[in-house]
Ligand binder design. Structure first.
Ligand code: ZN
Length: 155
């Protein structure tokens, strides 16, 4: 008999004033809307880099959200990201990953419904070193394209 886990995501960092408008038109879930501020955080003197959906071009995550580049998805290399925008999520399910049994849910582009990766809801019991992954997302690099935002586009 399987256990049912409640979805519990940590609160994201407070959004910068005025930044939420960048993704509000396509955000379909509260979680997606909460990540909208991140497009507004390019490094000084640099244009913002954003990862967008390779299928439809919707912005999915800023480069600054990358936690690790050394993850593997279903199709190959993947990014671990602290947050994303314009994404929708499937149902929570238990999945046996390399580091143990996790509770995850598939993550889709909210604009074209392409499967782009998954997100972590719960990490294995007794593995505190994995707990940082709760609330993060794995997005497949094969599903992403890099897009350079001119400095004027990100105020
Ligand atoms: Zn898409």
């Amino acid at each position: 008999m399987g256990r049912v886990f409640l979805q519990r995501l940590p609160a994201p960092a407070p959004p910068a004033p005025g930044a939420a408008a960048a993704a509000s038109s396509a955000a379909s879930t509260p979680e997606a809307a909460a990540g909208a501020d991140a497009l507004d955080a390019p490094g000084p003197g640099h244009a913002g880099v954003v990862f967008s959906c390779v299928t439809c071009g919707a912005h999915l995550s800023p480069r600054a959200a990358v936690v690790s580049k050394n993850f593997h998805g279903r199709t190959g290399p993947a990014f671990l990201l602290s947050h994303a925008i314009n994404v929708a999520h499937g149902a929570a399910e238990q999945r046996d990953l390399m580091s143990g049994r996790h509770v995850v849910r598939d993550t889709f582009c909210a604009c074209c419904c392409a499967l782009v990766g998954w997100s972590y809801l719960k990490t294995p019991e007794g593995r505190p070193e994995l707990a940082y992954k709760v609330g993060t997302l794995v997005l497949e690099q094969a599903r992403l394209q890099r897009e350079l935002l001119p400095p004027r586009a990100v105020h």
